[in-house]
Design a protein around this ligand. Structure first.
Ligand code: NAP
Ligand code: MG
Length: 453
């Protein structure tokens, strides 16, 4: 069996060695999941709900350990990591309300009764990236389990530790064996097998648009269901009438949270020209004030990037000709650090404006009026999230409706609540996660007519 060393990105020290699963073990796990699906779907809705609640409670009891594990594996700040573990608990509790609420319809028909059922799909494969290992895993597995499916989950090679722990907690909480299996391994091996194995009936993928399009094409061979959560290049639109001080003070956290390794990062700040200079003046101290450093410290706001390779990829966006307005801090010594960086692009075609950097780099550019702001915001293949800063409620609503993105916030940078739907327009994805309909995405609607005469 091959193994992989897991590094702490803040120290570059090895924190664990993990055994990687190959094709044969993946096939065996999928077959176990397929058998387990036959009994899991028959578990009474109330009992499935109870088991998910116990799983949530087990996560809650383990919250500090999960958070510490994420800090050492992913370099997330301890504050963020606690939120992430708490999010898994909350997503599980919310999903526990779903089995008893998968309501069908009774549709009036002549000569009989017509009813619909939401049938589970069978085995669901969840492929998770390294940027939010815990929440993204739970957004897939919790509603899939609630709807009566079994789950095989592949964490990212760089960040398998919390997923492995969640797999243990599920068993400790009493979920039957093989209902939820975690398979650390390579995307090209384990993830690819989820796509090609006919017993896997749906793939939930979060990651790059490049791999997401390959997965969609692969799934097409079997007309396999797929949910995709891909990249973003979201706009933070600041109108002249906004509370500029608040807009500037919060903008760094809308893009540099998780060191910018967030598909919802507001990596383009569009500022109305009349207040452009004023906004930059206010933004500079806010960016310099972001506390970058040891992620185990409670006061730290930004940690390192995930790997040396990723840091190099991010750094390559800052070319010698790039106009850097100002940067924030970064610690010296070991660790994959990159400072918060604010750039002023020259042209709409600059890579830093068109590509997802996935690091702490933000481009600030001016716009003229509302129509111009909407045009620039939509001038991207992505459409995941965005923010609109204005005190004009009509404008807030007009612009919210006009921006082609799945998750917008007005006078705020929040994107994710487990009880509201999340997902992308255009090449940011396909389908929605979270929210009241989350479990339905893991079912097929079956229509049954019963003749009464
Ligand atoms: P990625 O390659 O898309 O990886 C995401 C997940 O897919 C990982 O678990 C990966 O496994 C797996 N995978 C890779 N190739 C696969 C394949 N052929 N079939 C099935 N699964 C496969 O992302 P990345 O290379 O880590 O990051 C590259 C860029 O993608 C980032 O810089 C960022 O721009 C974007 N990204 C976006 C998000 C997001 O939340 N939208 C998340 C991560 C990355 P391995 O770990 O073994 O590679
Ligand atoms: Mg990759």
């Amino acid at each position: 069996m091959t193994t992989a060393q897991v590094l702490n990105p803040a120290t570059e020290q090895v924190v664990a060695t993990v055994e990687l699963v190959g094709v044969a073990e993946t096939d065996a796990a999928i077959e176990r999941a397929q058998r387990a699906a036959l009994t899991w779907r028959e578990v009474a809705p109330g009992d499935r709900a109870r088991l998910l609640r116990r799983f949530a409670e087990a996560v809650d009891a383990d919250l500090e350990r999960l958070a510490q594990l994420e800090v050492s594996n992913s370099g997330h700040t301890i504050g963020n990591a606690r939120w992430e573990a708490g999010n898994v608990r909350d997503v599980l509790h919310y999903a526990a309300g779903m089995p008893e609420r998968l309501l069908g319809h009774q549709i009036p028909v002549a000569g009989g009764v017509n009813i619909t059922f939401h049938e589970p799909l069978g085995v669901v494969g969840v492929i998770v990236p390294w940027n939010f290992p815990m929440p993204i895993a739970a957004w897939g597995f919790a509603p899939a389990l609630a709807a009566g499916n079994t789950v095989v989950l592949k964490p990212a090679e760089l960040t398998p530790l919390t997923a492995i722990r969640l797999g243990e907690l599920a068993l400790e909480a009493g979920l039957p064996e093989h209902v939820f299996q975690v398979l650390p391994g390579k995307g090209s091996v384990v993830g690819q097998r989820f796509v090609t194995h006919p017993a896997v009936r749906k793939v939930v993928f979060t990651g790059s648009t490049e791999v997401g399009t390959q997965i969609m094409a692969g799934c097409a061979q079997q007309v396999k269901r797929v949910t995709l959560e891909l990249g973003g290049k979201s706009a933070n639109i600041v109108f002249a009438d906004a509370d500029l001080a608040r807009a500037a003070a919060t903008a760094p956290y809308g893009v540099f949270d998780n060191a910018g390794q967030d598909c919802c990062a507001r990596s383009r700040i569009l500022v109305q020209r009349s207040v452009f200079d004023k906004f930059l003046e206010l933004l500079e101290p806010a960016v310099r004030g972001v506390r970058v450093g040891d992620p185990t410290q409670e006061s730290t706001e930004m940690g390192p990037l995930i790997s040396a390779a990723h840091r190099d990829r991010v750094a390559a966006y800052i070319e010698p000709s790039t106009k850097v307005a100002f940067t924030g801090a970064r610690p010296d010594g070991p660790g994959f650090w990159y400072p918060p960086t604010v750039v002023l692009p020259d042209a709409p075609t600059d890579r830093v404006l068109t590509e997802e950097v996935f690091g702490p780099v933000v481009a600030v550019l001016p716009f003229e009026d509302e129509a111009d702001a909407i045009r620039i915001a939509n001038d991207t293949e992505y459409g995941l999230s965005g923010s609109i800063w204005t005190n004009d409620v009509g404008r807030a609503l007009r612009v919210s409706r006009a921006v082609e993105a799945g998750n917008l916030s007005v006078n705020s940078h929040s994107s994710v609540r487990y009880w509201t739907p999340f997902g992308g327009f255009k090449q940011s994805g396909l389908g929605r996660e979270l929210g009241p309909d989350a479990a339905l995405a893991f079912t097929e609607t079956k229509n049954v007519f019963i003749a009464t005469q």
